[in-house]
Design a protein around this ligand. Structure first.
Ligand code: SF4
Length: 239
């Protein structure tokens, strides 16, 4: 074991100092090689272990150090798994001046007016002859629709549940073009919390255009009483 410790201390000496090798933790034997594990005692290496493998060619051969490495233990502090950059960026990460290029095979986009699967887009393209290089694919459109429907301006939000009317019947909604026209619009009411945002037709808020103000008197008024001038008297009172 001392041979293994010396090897670990020698390895640690340059970068971390001899004190970076702690107590002996365990030993494992496999295929004629013996591996000793020592606790790592260095800042930032909590849970790591020095692993020193010793081996000999045969019983009479001298023992040599095969490998000295630092390995993470079960409770080691390690970096998260590596992710490609395009999987690290999340919705909402894009800041002012940032660029987020799309890849050539981005499934959310298809070449403009080709396989857009949106009759409205293709019809306009034919008539006008102008267009964008790419348009939303069905996949991209479905994903957007799902996000919007499940978001703060979708039909299941608290605001929608308490609303007196739906955006689909509101005079403040601005229709969107294309296949999503029947399901979404843009709110154009400055007093709505959704002003300028995409709203589901099943969303709604208290600023719906059909909400009318009905003034009521702050003073309680008794029910109307009619005085028709006819005086009644009990039948027995006549003579
Ligand atoms: S005012 Fe309210 S109900 Fe009308 S479109 Fe905007 S969010 Fe919808």
């Amino acid at each position: 074991m001392e041979r293994a410790r010396d090897a670990a201390v020698e390895e640690a000496a340059d970068e971390m100092g001899a004190g970076a090798v702690g107590e002996h933790l365990e030993v494992r034997e496999e295929d004629g090689a013996v591996t000793h594990f020592f606790a790592a005692r260095h800042g930032g290496y909590r849970g790591w272990r020095w692993s020193v493998t010793l081996a000999a060619a045969d019983l009479d051969a001298p023992v040599t150090v095969s490998e000295v490495v630092l390995l993470p233990g079960d409770d080691a502090l390690v970096s998260p798994p590596w992710l490609p950059w395009d999987e690290r960026v999340r919705p909402g990460d894009l800041g002012v001046g940032d660029l987020l290029p799309t890849s050539a095979d981005d499934p959310r986009l298809v070449p403009g007016y080709v396989r857009s699967d949106d009759p409205a887009v293709e019809e306009v393209a034919r008539e006008v002859g102008l267009g964008r290089r790419t348009v939303l694919s069905r996949e991209g459109r479905d994903a957007a629709a799902q996000r919007w429907a499940e978001g703060a301006h979708g039909p299941h939000s608290d605001m929608a549940r308490a609303a007196p009317g739906r955006c689909g019947t509101c005079g403040f909604v601005v229709a969107v073009a294309g296949a999503l026209r029947g399901a979404f619009g843009v709110c154009g009411n400055a007093y709505s919390p959704a002003d300028g945002e995409v709203v589901a037709v099943e969303f709604g808020c208290g600023a719906h255009s059909d909400v009318v103000y009905e003034p009521v008197s702050p003073v309680a008024v008794a029910e109307l009483v009619y005085d028709d001038g006819v005086e009644l008297e009990p039948a027995g009172a006549r003579t």
